[in-house]
Design a protein around this ligand. Structure first.
Ligand code: HEC
Length: 218
């Protein structure tokens, strides 16, 4: 008798446990499905927007210039004057960036939304190496809804050599062409910007403050 009781209790417990977890799982699944349809829906809205509407966002993030300078397609070989070993190492480190910027540097697409801007023809990439270092080391504060990703501070993920390599790779891939970056440059940049921390600049440096920050660290 008591055996029966206990087994009844057990199965009761089992049923209510199952009921409880269903009560959690079912709404979760519904939320997930809603999210998926929501994303698809937003994607469709974006698609139906006219190009001039989508490019009407105010700040900097100019539409990517469709493949800019230099030679085409020299994606895998180090260009003249670039150390092949550093270039190859840079390509390996670029996997870290590709999650958002895409293997082709054009920016990873989620539906029609972009995770991150194109690195092709980017003034930050091709210009002052200190500015490029600063963006990678300290990240960019998220101030717009232009991109789904966030340019997080990656200083802790790349040593000076890896940083120089990935910068050299980006500056000489996807049609970009700019002088290689040395380890001395990235080492100095890291030291120079050491006082920029999560306390001083939570979430990264403001895009609008980049030049000011650079000037203050010359
Ligand atoms: C988690 C996503 C993510 C990863 C990983 C990432 N980025 Fe970014 N990156 C972004 C986003 C988003 C922006 C735009 C930030 C903004 O303006 O709000 C950005 C901006 C930039 C810019 C500025 C481009 C311009 O011209 O405006 C550069 C340069 C850059 N990233 C380089 C890199 C490099 C190099 C790596 C790898 C070492 C990297 N990023 C990794 C998301 C990412």
């Amino acid at each position: 008798m008591s055996d029966e009781h206990s087994s009844n209790d057990d199965s009761d417990g089992g049923v209510s446990l199952l009921g409880n977890s269903l009560a959690i799982i079912v709404p979760l699944l519904m939320i997930l499905m809603l999210a998926v349809t929501g994303i698809a829906f937003v994607g469709n809205i974006e698609k139906s927007k006219k190009p001039e509407e989508t490019s009407a966002n105010s700040t900097g993030s100019a539409p990517a210039p469709a493949a800019t300078p230099a030679a085409t397609g020299s994606k895998n070989a180090a260009p003249d004057g670039v150390d092949p070993a550093a270039f190859a190492a840079g390509k390996t480190s670029f996997a870290l960036c590709a999650a958002c910027h895409g293997m082709d540097g054009k920016g990873m697409k989620i539906g029609t939304a972009l995770m991150a801007p194109s690195l092709i023809g980017s003034e930050i990439v091709l210009g002052d190496p200190d500015k490029f270092s600063l963006v990678i080391l300290k990240g960019l504060k998220k101030e717009t809804a232009d991109f789904m990703g966030v340019m997080a501070p990656l200083g802790a993920s790349l040593d000076d050599k890896q940083l120089a390599g990935v910068m050299t790779y980006v500056r000489n891939s996807f049609g970009n062409s700019a002088p290689a970056i040395t380890v001395e440059t990235t080492k100095k940049a890291r030291e120079r910007f050491a006082d920029i921390t999560m306390e001083t600049d939570p979430g990264g440096v403001s895009r609008l403050q980049l030049d000011k920050v650079l000037d203050a660290h010359k």
